[in-house]
Design a protein around this ligand. Structure first.
Ligand SMILES: [Zn+2]
Length: 71
């Protein structure tokens, strides 16, 4: 679902913004995320970020295994 500014019809990329990024008119509250929704999304983002960090941690045993013994 795409949200558009009722003033200039520009697509709203971030519903966390309270004003339109193009015409800078205030956006109607029904187009915006509620505080709860923002908090929920932020929690999810933090969670994904944390997972990505854990995934990127160098795993020593795996690294040495790939190091050439398979070749
Ligand atoms: Zn606008």
């Amino acid at each position: 679902m795409e949200f558009r500014c009722p003033n200039c019809n520009a697509p709203i990329y971030s519903r966390k913004n309270k004003i339109c990024g193009v015409c800078e008119k205030p956006l109607p509250p029904k187009l915006l995320l509620s505080e709860n929704q923002i908090a929920f999304l932020k929690k999810q983002e933090d969670h994904i970020e944390k997972q990505a960090k854990e995934f990127n941690l160098p795993d020593v045993s795996y690294g040495s295994d790939v190091g050439g013994s398979s070749f």
